[in-house]
Design a protein around this ligand. Structure first.
Ligand code: MG
Length: 364
């Protein structure tokens, strides 16, 4: 139930949540619900609890009575459907605003047979017209009031509110539901639910990538690192600006996304990238991530060079890199390191960079 409540509380367009509970639970509220009733975490959104009724529609009527009187759109949801997505809640709100009444539903994928009372097939229904109703179901305040009044006055015992709205003469719009928006009622459902939770966790796990680059230091070239031109008597050899720091970070970012490397996205032979600064390539790599639903969490890089000293310019480089990937400077770390005079790097023949990137699913 907590997941179901949170799905609505965390949605930007939801103003309040009213939970209808069995009397026994009312007397002994679950701790998360007691906390949510007065919790600034949700931006001060009210959470109310009311006693449920005998039938589903009685519980909905009690909850509806507690809804803020200025609220015009009301969504009704089964607490037994904990996997409702934020996108589905958005679709329901939009359809309800347009149509006055809407139901989340998925198209039947199996052939549908109607059975006679003696358990033989009496008819095969055309599947293309069959939808299986889920929740949320959405209503304008006046529509839900009419539907519930009809249920009470005409003694109709409906399994959902959309049925009452239909019977009250309203057109109910079908909104694409989600196959993962299952209703958990049996032990088999729990097995499926655990699989859905595991899949969600795997999707949300942070991913890391590593990058490395090395360029020779030569006469007659500018020294550019992290988009900063550093005053020095030599510079890095290579295509474009030879910004080894940006190249290593770009590879780390692409690597974390499983999106190949800098050579694949920005080949030397492609005129589009000729003359592009390496900061621009890094910016484009961040766009590749966004297209995959990912964003950079943080970056760390080590630049190995004997001279010059990087420290005075490190914060400018961090800001450039942070701006290119669209994160704040405190998520970017860059440090210089000497090679203690050992080997080619120690003799100042080249500069090498190691970088690591953490990326994660874009949080909505
Ligand atoms: Mg390079």
């Amino acid at each position: 139930m907590q997941r179901s409540v949170d799905a609505f509380l965390n949605h930007a367009s939801v103003n309040e949540v009213v939970v209808a509970l069995p009397q026994s639970v009312m007397a002994n509220l679950p701790s998360y619900l007691a906390a949510a009733i007065d919790d600034p975490r949700h931006g001060g959104k009210p959470v109310k609890v009311v006693a449920g009724g005998e039938r589903r529609q009685d519980s909905v009527r009690n909850a509806f009575a507690a809804v803020d009187r200025h609220t015009d759109i009301v969504l009704v949801h089964d607490a037994a459907r904990p996997f409702v997505s934020s996108a589905l809640v958005s679709r329901m709100i939009a359809a309800t605003v347009e149509s006055g009444a809407a139901v989340a539903a998925v198209a039947a994928r199996d052939t549908v047979k109607q059975a006679s009372s003696t358990a033989y097939v009496s008819a095969t229904l055309p599947r293309e017209h069959i939808y299986l109703a889920q929740t949320p179901q959405g209503f304008r305040r006046s529509v839900l009031a009419d539907a519930l009044a009809l249920g009470a006055n005409a003694g109709i015992d409906a399994t959902d509110e959309a049925t009452l709205a239909e019977r009250a003469g309203y057109l109910v719009r079908i909104v694409d539901g989600e196959t993962t928006n299952i209703k958990i009622t049996t032990p088999d459902d729990m097995v499926l639910a655990e699989a859905i939770v595991r899949a969600g966790e795997a999707r949300d796990l942070p991913r890391v990538g590593i990058g490395y680059d090395l360029h020779r230091l030569v006469e007659g070239r500018p020294l550019i690192l992290g988009g900063v031109t550093i005053p020095f008597e030599r510079g890095l050899a290579g295509h474009s600006d030879a910004d080894a720091l940006c190249h290593a970070v770009t590879d780390a970012v692409l690597g974390a996304a499983g999106a190949g490397d800098i050579g694949r996205h920005f080949p030397d032979t492609d005129a589009r990238w000729k003359g592009a600064s390496s900061i621009d390539l890094l910016r484009r790599a961040a766009e590749v991530l966004a297209e995959r639903g990912l964003e950079v969490g943080n970056l760390d890089a080590t630049v190995i060079l004997e001279r010059p000293k990087l420290a005075p310019l490190v914060d400018v480089m961090r800001q450039n890199v942070a701006d290119a990937v669209g994160i704040s400077i405190e998520r970017v770390s860059i440090k210089g390191k000497t090679n203690e005079g050992v080997a080619e790097l120690g003799r100042g023949e080249a500069i090498a960079v190691h970088a690591i990137a953490m990326v994660r699913a874009i949080s909505h």
